[in-house]
Design a protein around this ligand. Structure first.
Ligand code: SF4
Ligand code: SF4
Length: 263
């Protein structure tokens, strides 16, 4: 199938980002990544990163209107305060409230001052969408798929659920379902895909590492991902375009449950 061949070619092409002498500090970087996202979440983290890379947000604003609360880290608060020309203290006081959850899980995170049933205070329907788009909270960049709450739910329920409010998610799952149907009609191709990701082919191993790096970029921001890439001796973090076709195969092959949950 053309899509499978394209995905494999994309994985092989990633080798060009590895500088002469191969990967460096692999064990140390993996350990650092494990500390950032605990290994038990890794399969869900990778699959959600793949979905995130593939979904095309339509800026419909439904999540800005319908999500119960928007969590913000202290880094988010600093960035948005700067953008708004406010001191951090003023921003925290005027625009945020304590996080709904307590304890280690949320650390110093707070919530934007959004009340249930009301739009996010930064939502502007005339734009459309977000008034602080360039500095929006990480959870909005990692829209839905990679939020901490979603990872917890995935791990708990052992599945990757759909987000019924999100038209981008709906379209992506439909695309995956459509491809899965074609694979059902071509058992040889389905087998090839399953064997590919069950193998330890060097291009697959490298892709898995790069997908994790992309997840780190989405979840923790580009600076953190660039730092990890430098430690690995990579030329740079791959851009979205370079990993998308392989990410599609990954989401499909490892997570048939993504498809099963489409009604
Ligand atoms: S900060 Fe922006 S993207 Fe995030 S919920 Fe508010 S309006 Fe939407
Ligand atoms: S609901 Fe989905 S498509 Fe709409 S703004 Fe949110 S992430 Fe984008």
């Amino acid at each position: 199938m053309e899509e499978i061949d394209r995905g494999i070619r994309a994985m092989q092409a990633l080798q060009r980002l590895v500088q002469q002498g191969g990967l460096k500090n692999l064990g140390l970087v993996k350990k650092e990544m494990d500390e950032l996202i605990s290994p038990e979440f890794e399969p869900y983290f990778l699959a959600n990163a793949a979905l995130h890379l593939l979904a095309v947000c339509e800026r419909c604003g439904r999540c800005c209107l319908e999500e119960k609360g928007i969590a913000v880290s202290i880094d988010d608060c600093r960035r948005i305060a700067r953008h708004q020309g406010l001191s951090l203290k003023r921003f925290m006081k005027d625009c945020t409230r304590p996080h709904e959850l307590k304890g280690d899980l949320v650390g110093s995170a707070r919530m934007l001052g959004k009340k249930e049933g009301e739009p996010c205070p930064f939502f502007d329907s005339s734009l459309p969408g977000c008034r602080i788009y360039s500095v929006k909270p990480q959870v909005c960049t990692a829209a839905l798929y990679l939020s901490k709450m979603n990872l917890l739910t995935c791990e708990e329920q052992q599945k990757i659920d759909t987000f019924p409010i999100c038209s981008a998610d709906e379209k992506l799952r439909a695309r995956i379902a459509d491809f899965a149907l074609r694979l059902d009609e071509n058992p040889a191709d389905r087998g090839e895909l399953v064997r590919l990701f069950a193998s330890n082919r060097p291009e697959v191993e490298l892709f898995r590492l790069f997908l994790r790096l992309k997840g780190m970029e989405i979840y923790f921001g580009p600076e953190r991902a660039a730092l990890l890439a430098r430690r690995l001796g990579l030329a740079r973090v791959p851009d979205d375009r370079e990993v998308k076709s392989a990410a599609f195969l990954y989401a499909l092959s490892f997570y048939p449950r993504i498809v099963k949950h489409i009604n």
